[in-house]
Write a protein that binds this ligand. Sequence first.
Ligand SMILES: CC(C)(COP(=O)(O)OP(=O)(O)OC[C@H]1O[C@@H](n2cnc3c(N)ncnc32)[C@H](O)[C@@H]1OP(=O)(O)O)[C@@H](O)C(=O)NCCC(=O)NCCS
Length: 172
Amino acid sequence: MKSFIFKDTQCSFVELPPATHGKTILEFFQNNSDYFKLCEGREPNQACLDDFFNDAPDNFVSKKKSWGCFADHQLKAVIDYIEDYPETKTVFGGLLLIDQAWRGQGFGRRIMQIFRETLMQQGFEKMRIAVLEQNTNALKVWERAGFKEVSPRKKKIFGNLESVVVIMDLSL
Ligand SMILES: CC(C)(COP(=O)(O)OP(=O)(O)OC[C@H]1O[C@@H](n2cnc3c(N)ncnc32)[C@H](O)[C@@H]1OP(=O)(O)O)[C@@H](O)C(=O)NCCC(=O)NCCS
């Protein structure tokens, strides 16, 4: 667990075991359904929760991790990722989702800073993310954070939508 202060509020960044936090996370997804409508063309449901905890290529399910950030005992952000994928010492970031009321105030940047420090301490050297082309705000946020597009864009189905995927890397 890592604790930090954001805007006078004590925040805790903790690993989330699925068995204990599934309901909380699904409610969090439902309260922040804009992402799922934009990127997956669906309301958040059990399948989104399963993806958050388990979606990983064959042989990498055990490398999947899910973290949450609580402030005043309420979930304000989640992030999932796969360790050592697609190669050793690289982390493949999944969904970073911030509570709508907490966006645009530097909270995402702070979480990424803590996440990055944690990964570096663990010996990871690179972070890779996949951003969907229609998620123009996120593309700007990641570019601002120093991520660079690294390979040709490809189409892939997420939820009910076929989207163009932008792969971006950041050296840690
Ligand atoms: C994308 C997301 C994680 C960013 O978190 P956030 O708390 O809103 O972002 P921050 O306020 O910390 O902003 C981070 C930086 O991006 C910049 N930024 C934020 N939104 C921006 C926008 N629409 N256009 C340009 N820059 C933007 C900020 O100015 C800030 O820059 P700085 O570090 O130089 O000050 C958050 O908005 C979110 O949860 N969105 C919905 C889910 C999602 O799309 N996740 C990403 C999936 S790939």
